[in-house]
Design a protein around this ligand. Structure first.
Ligand SMILES: [Zn+2]
Length: 87
């Protein structure tokens, strides 16, 4: 069974702890998008290296972003939606 990673972390360390300037916020779906698969699933923290605290916040913001229609549940029409939401 192959184990696909969206990005290979060089160091396994929480990106948000490392760089406090990253905004973990539903209004910044471009950040959240790094932590979901192309199908809109949240990537497990053990893969991204995100700490428990930030993983919780991330999950919350991803869910919020979905509700605000800033993110998408599936990959269909994704680029289109993203362009519109970035205006
Ligand atoms: Zn963290």
């Amino acid at each position: 069974m192959s184990f696909k990673k969206k990005f290979a972390p060089r160091r396994k360390y929480c990106r948000f702890c490392e760089n406090p300037e990253i905004l973990l916020d539903y209004k910044h779906p471009e950040v959240l998008n790094d932590f979901v698969t192309d199908r809109g699933k949240i990537i497990a923290s053990r893969i991204t290296g995100t700490c428990a605290k930030h993983q919780r916040a991330l999950t919350r913001e991803v869910k919020r972003a979905r509700q605000m229609a800033l993110m998408f549940y599936t990959a269909t029409h994704s680029t289109d939606v993203l362009k519109k939401s970035r205006v």
